[in-house]
Design a protein around this ligand. Structure first.
Ligand SMILES: Nc1ncnc2c1ncn2[C@@H]1O[C@H](COP(=O)(O)OP(=O)(O)OP(=O)(O)O)[C@@H](O)[C@H]1O
Length: 364
């Protein structure tokens, strides 16, 4: 192995997370009873049994994670797994029962009503599935509405709203009312309204689930583009795995109030934490999600100078094409350094769905 040139690159120091969530619980039920559930002997009971014994529903159970600056953090899970409750807890639209919660290092649970209002208006804007557009106002006025609440002057409101209308591709429709727009266009108005407030983080609650597949795809592209252009931090709830894999830098997969796995799409699909996650991702075309990092092995002497060079973000499907074209192994190269080698056997092992440990054996 050519050790000098094949070490993975190290990452720099981590910035303060946007949200930092520790041991968070939300238990619905009679107040006295709900507060007693976290940390009690009932804490781990399945939902039905917990309800039977205590009259309570633990929608969020002992959840810990950070949302990093600039990432798209997806909260995914089946209906009732606790996604909406968790994300509403982030700005205390729902009051957590126990745990810790900070935004940029500031304790959210200690905020008074005024600071909370400011948090929701300026720092963490929520985009809902039904945007709650004002039916009698024009597109422009709907977009400017959030700024109006913020007390921004009329001239500035209009200027910023016009910017956002253009940004989400609604130019020419400024004077229409919501009833004169398609579903996808209405979603764009809601998105523009949230963006106009220029929040540090956008929280999306299943915003596209009511849209037909083509428009949904278009809106996903729009969100990806906005994220790419602006690097804005986003928390995105969805029950749709394909949407989670398309948009998420990291995905928290929830089940019965808990996060069962938190990782990149590649980690979730390539190394499911348990049978539940494995089952969840079973039908995902792995070669389109996993990258060459999942298939590479250390380079043998001389190998790090031969064969086509692939970026570490290259998907397995694209790597197969490159290897087939060149007729030999390819190098995985980052900033001029060779991280490893992929060959056809290792790439096929990914397609065949071999577990990570077996893949490593094949690659070696
Ligand atoms: N106000 C409430 N009172 C009692 N139980 C609630 C309340 N809100 C939610 N729940 C329960 O908490 C659990 C989690 O609900 P939540 O809405 O967070 O799930 P979800 O994953 O967002 O589901 P969906 O995808 O259907 O929106 C469910 O069992 C739900 O019935």
């Amino acid at each position: 192995m050519d050790a000098a040139t094949c070490e993975p690159a190290t990452t720099g120091a981590e910035a303060t997370p946007v949200f930092s969530v520790g041991g968070l619980w939300k238990v619905f039920g009679p107040k006295g009873a709900a507060a007693k559930v976290p940390g009690s002997e009932h804490a781990d009971l399945p939902a039905a049994e917990l309800r039977e014994r205590t009259g309570c529903t633990a929608a969020v159970r002992d959840v810990t994670f950070d949302v990093r600056k600039g990432e798209v953090f997806v909260v995914m899970g089946l209906s009732g797994s606790g996604k909406s409750t968790l994300v509403r807890c982030l700005t205390r639209l729902i009051e957590p029962t126990a745990g810790t919660l900070a935004i940029d290092g500031e304790d959210v649970l200690a905020m008074d009503a005024g600071r909370l209002r400011s948090l929701r208006r300026h720092r963490a804007a929520m985009v809902f599935q039904h945007f709650g557009l004002l039916p009698h106002r024009t597109v422009m006025d709907n977009v400017a509405y959030g700024l109006e609440i913020q007390g921004v002057s009329r001239a500035e409101r209009r200027a910023r709203a016009a910017d956002m209308v253009a940004k989400v591709g609604l130019e020419g429709l400024e004077d229409r009312r919501p009833g004169q727009l398609s579903g996808g266009q209405q979603q764009r108005v809601g998105l523009a309204r949230a963006l106009a407030a220029d929040p540090e983080v956008l929280l999306f609650d299943e915003p596209f689930s009511a849209l037909d597949p083509l428009i949904r795809r278009e809106m996903q592209d729009e969100v990806a583009r906005l994220h790419h252009d602006e690097g804005r931090t986003m928390v995105f709830i969805t029950h749709d795995l394909a949407e989670a894999l398309r948009l998420g830098d990291r995905i928290a997969l929830m089940r019965d109030g808990r996060i069962v796995q938190l990782g990149t799409p590649e980690e979730i699909v390539g190394s499911p934490a348990d049978d539940y996650v494995r089952d969840f991702v079973r039908d995902v075309p792995r070669e389109q999600v996993l990258t060459v990092r999942s298939a590479m092995r250390p380079a043998a002497v001389g190998e790090s100078e031969r064969g086509p060079a692939l970026a570490p973000t290259t998907t397995v499907v694209d790597a197969i094409e490159a290897v087939a074209r060149s007729g030999g192994p390819a190098r995985v190269v980052e900033r001029g350094r060779c991280l490893g080698i992929v060959d056809d056997a290792a790439l096929l092992a990914v397609v065949a769905g071999l577990p990570a440990a077996t893949r490593r054996e094949v690659a070696a």
